[in-house]
Design a protein around this ligand. Structure first.
Ligand SMILES: C[S@@+](CC[C@H](N)C(=O)[O-])C[C@H]1O[C@@H](n2cnc3c(N)ncnc32)[C@H](O)[C@@H]1O
Length: 250
């Protein structure tokens, strides 16, 4: 019996931390906010899972759930990942689009961009240290696309949170519109746009703007989104093009 339990624990060390709700030690001298962050990280099953499955962070499970539900990423797709650091969405996109040429299907192209440095991910093109909202960054993306249009534009971009809910909402909305304006220029017919928002007063208008350009717009709060977060994702599918609609977005 003892042996059975010893083996069970040895084979499931990663889950044990979660089962026993590990509490971090050596917190002395750390700020209260850092203590909370560390405790939460250690108790978070998605952090554990990401480590085990070699994703750079827990956010991977948000895109995996979105993709499971809406099947937005297909082999051969061209994907732009805005706000890509540290890189877990890019990792998911590389696999799902076959950019790593593991399957016989067509190989996709995945391009990630972030203000933060991006450490290489095999079979992805990464633009680290670049502000997506800057014209030069978007020109760089266009140069890489070389006249091709994208199937999927993802934006998990988030500003540094100030803790002031309205201000954080305003800042993320600005990023979301920047991603949408770019998506309108470079998305293939029937393409997809996925965008993160922190909910607030302008979410509804943003959703209405999406409905002008995409046939189907759904809002999803993935399982991996933390309870205390106002985060939600808008998944817009079936890009209609911009010819038949007026193109003004805020
Ligand atoms: C939640 S993280 C993205 C996590 C990423 N999806 C992943 O799975 O690894 C949000 C990212 O948005 C980036 N970001 C915020 N504003 C940006 C901007 N103007 N241009 C590019 N990236 C930006 C941040 O640097 C941060 O890395």
């Amino acid at each position: 019996m003892k042996c059975f339990f010893r083996n069970l624990i040895a084979n499931n060390l990663h889950t044990c931390a979660v089962l026993f709700r590990e509490v971090p030690r050596n917190l002395k001298g750390k700020k209260h906010s850092s203590q909370l962050w560390l405790t939460r990280q250690l108790q978070d099953p998605y952090v554990e899972k990401a480590k085990r499955e070699n994703y750079r962070c827990r956010s991977a499970y948000k895109l995996l759930e979105i993709n499971e539900r809406f099947k937005i990423l297909q082999p051969g797709h061209i994907v732009i990942d805005c706000g890509a650091a540290p890189g877990s969405w890019t990792q998911v996109a590389v696999k799902a689009t076959n950019a790593n040429a593991v399957q016989k299907d067509a190989g996709g192209i995945v391009i990630g961009i972030d203000k933060q440095p991006l450490y290489p991910i095999e079979n992805a093109t990464l633009l680290g240290g670049m502000d997506f909202t800057a014209a030069e960054s978007q020109n760089e993306l266009l140069k890489i696309l070389n006249g091709k249009k994208a199937d999927v534009i993802l934006s998990d971009m988030a500003p540094n949170a100030t803790g002031v809910r309205d201000l954080d909402h305003e800042n993320i909305i600005q990023l979301a519109y920047s991603a949408l304006r770019f998506a309108l220029q470079i998305t293939k017919g029937n393409g997809v746009f996925v965008c993160k928002l922190w909910d607030g007063g302008k979410s509804q208008q943003f959703e209405k703007d999406l409905i002008r350009f995409y046939k189907y717009v759904k809002c999803i709060r993935p399982e991996a989104t933390r309870d205390e977060s106002t985060e939600k994702f808008l998944v817009a599918r079936g890009f209609k093009g911009i010819k038949s609609t007026s193109s003004s977005t805020t």
